[in-house]
Ligand binder design. Structure first.
Ligand SMILES: [Fe+2]
Length: 244
């Protein structure tokens, strides 16, 4: 989980400042908010319909954030009261909903209208060279990535990541809302939950995968590949609002 233990450290420090105060005061420490999309809901048509984008962003992503904030608040209250048993009970909700927020916050800037130059692989010359060195060609990478996306059983995500330490490229698929492991840098991500495509593609998962290649944001991927890992999470961090 990205920054998870750092968050716990911060929470522990914050709650220690509260002493034996009531839980209600602790609940105002942190909240995540829904990021605005860098394009209109209709901007990715015909690859992704406006209705899918609106529902996906304003309802599904918002629900992860709402539930994450509730779980964070409950965990902070439990910690401030020394209730490890109640705190531990919130961890799975934080992991699931936190992962949902992390993944979607990375996903939206990873898309671009097909008419944008950012949607062309030419916007990622450094990354393209690394892909060619790894897979032989962009086409072979696309085929490999698509196959792994379609092999996901149930809900999940597929990511092209820059591996921690080696800097090598690899494809990872993750179930449900598991987030990219600490250390790796997510470059390109594809949401393989049914809510990402079903309204438009029904059971045509392969058609969705085929179509999304036209709206991936290669400029974003290039910036994530050539930049520092933490820069990839700048958009996510901007959704954090502290009222302390
Ligand atoms: Fe989603």
């Amino acid at each position: 989980m990205v920054d998870f233990w750092q968050f716990i450290t911060n929470v522990t420090a914050a709650t220690s400042l509260l002493g034996n105060g009531s839980g209600s005061s602790a609940t105002s420490l942190a909240a995540y908010t829904l990021p605005e999309l860098p394009y209109e809901y209709y901007a990715l048509e015909p690859s992704i319909s406006s209705s899918i984008m609106e529902l996906h962003h304003s309802k599904h992503h918002q629900a992860y954030i709402t539930n994450l904030n509730k779980a964070l608040e409950a965990s902070i209250v439990a910690l401030s009261q020394g209730n490890l048993h109640d705190y531990a009970a919130q961890l799975s909700a934080i992991r699931f909903n936190g992962g949902g927020h992390i993944n979607h916050a990375l996903f939206w800037p990873g898309l671009a209208p097909a008419s944008s130059p950012d949607a062309s692989p030419d916007a990622a010359p450094t990354l393209q060279a690394a892909i060619a060195a790894t897979w032989g060609s962009l086409g072979r990478f696309k085929a490999d990535f698509s196959a792994q996306l379609l092999a996901i059983q149930g809900s999940g995500w597929g990511w092209l990541v820059k591996e921690k330490g080696t800097g090598l490229l690899r494809i990872v698929t993750l179930a449900n809302q598991e987030a990219v492991v600490v250390g790796d840098t997510p470059l390109l991500g594809v949401d393989m939950w049914e809510h990402a495509y079903y309204l438009q593609y029904l059971n045509g998962k392969a058609a969705y995968v085929d179509s999304i290649w036209g709206v991936l944001n290669w400029k974003t991927a290039e910036e994530r590949f050539t930049g520092e890992r933490e820069d990839a999470f700048a958009g996510l961090k901007a959704t954090f609002v502290s009222s302390s």
